[in-house]
Design a protein around this ligand. Sequence first.
Ligand SMILES: O=P(O)(O)OC[C@H]1O[C@H](OP(=O)(O)OP(=O)(O)O)[C@H](O)[C@@H]1O
Ligand SMILES: O=c1cc[nH]c(=O)[nH]1
Length: 486
Amino acid sequence: MLERNCSVGKGRRSGADLNEFASVVDERVERNGGKEPFLIGVAGGTASGKTTVCDLIMHNLQEKRVVLIAQDSFYRGLTQEEHDNVSSYNFDHPDAIDVAALVETLKNLALRNKVEVPIYDFVTHSRKEDESVTVEPADVIIVEGILVLAMQEVRELCHMKIFVDTDDDLRLARRLKRDTVDRGRSVDGVITQYTTFVKPMFDTFVSPSKRHADVIIPWAQGENNVAIDLIVQHIRTKLGQNDLRRIYPNLIVLPPNFQIRGMHTIIRSASCNRSDFVFYSDRLIRLVVEHALGHLPFRNEIVTTPNGDRYNGVTFSKKICGVALIRSGEAMENALRACCKGIKIGKILVARRDNDGLPSALSGHRLSSAVVYEKLPADISDRYVLLLDPILATGVSSMAAIDRLIKAGVRQDRIMFVTIIAASQGIHSLCMRYPQMKIITSEVDAGLNDQNRVVPGVGEFGDRYFGTEDMKAYYDGDIDEELHFE
Ligand SMILES: O=P(O)(O)OC[C@H]1O[C@H](OP(=O)(O)OP(=O)(O)O)[C@H](O)[C@@H]1O
Ligand SMILES: O=c1cc[nH]c(=O)[nH]1
């Protein structure tokens, strides 16, 4: 199977080949254990600090989409009789939970399906009839509740099981405060419920479930940051098994954070206006360009500060140039000029078409490409080259450009392909064909649709950035029938 993969990488590929190839590699990755979302169960007694632990895990995993599912959302609605005798109803027993619905929800999220989570009304002790909360698929799913590790079906779904272990006195004190201050309950009422149900159920179900935990977090007044760091690190490692960077060391993805995701959220939205699209694309472009520059070779250099102290620094290579892939790549030129004073910037224009002769934007899978125009610095073969193109989709355009750079004498290991969104198919193609060339991107996208657009992608970058609307009209004209398409 792998030998077949390798041969796909050698020659020119069509979009269909690429899709097939990508799915074969993805299968391999999946077998390595990464594709499924990572499911964490967080249990512990009442008021043990489960919510704080979940919040901290979510906060620390900024780069991932994390969703939280509360066991409490899955309380069964009470029958009329139970409702009439609610003071003797045991909300701390596993039978109070609709385990089947909770399990089905988690299984669906594990399949990356969108789910509807019920809303439980704690006043009427029933599920809201026509309301639910839509939860979108995520990389990490946290399910939290006192009985999460006590319910075998739920426990078995979890990749990591955490028990938050807090002293009983402390928990009772917290619960007393919470229920009297926040929920307007009487002290007597809280203590009666605690001694009648909460404590016996804790002793019978919750505390024994601790033995199923992979991690037991001692949780007192402060936060146990060491435990949270270890947990977050473990999740990252597990999710990273699905990372293309494990297959291709030449793929460099910017360290993610909420700023980067926030900017992507803006530009990816179909309702983003042009000025925001340009502004936030420019910010992302600046980040990837700066990051790429950080991968240039350097020499050590010591300077003396105004205080007369020595600073052990570096000096970086000045033999660089940019090459913009016309036209979207030109949107990246300003950022490069802003970082590298007086930098030379060459241009390459690539035309793509499919087997039926249609320009690629209007066609299906099978693409070929030809360089239509180029103007490169005369001494490019002595330089490191930042090849600029904001979107890597099939890789067909960039391959034509990279081949041309190599033909012009640029060493493959001196080319950095700089982009803000790279689809996995394009990454597979470029990384296999140019294993020494670096790809620097701010995000990796899942794949391509049958129009070879990136999914989820950003639509047509060039049209959105430069404000051109209906490119179909442009393509209806005659396009360079004389070109030799390989
Ligand atoms: O990896 P690929 O499948 O080749 O697709 C990526 C290319 O598509 C976009 O250009 P487009 O052809 O839309 O032209 P534009 O730059 O004028 O918008 C983008 O800027 C890349 O050059
Ligand atoms: O999705 C895509 C694919 C190629 N080029 C773009 O601008 N967007």
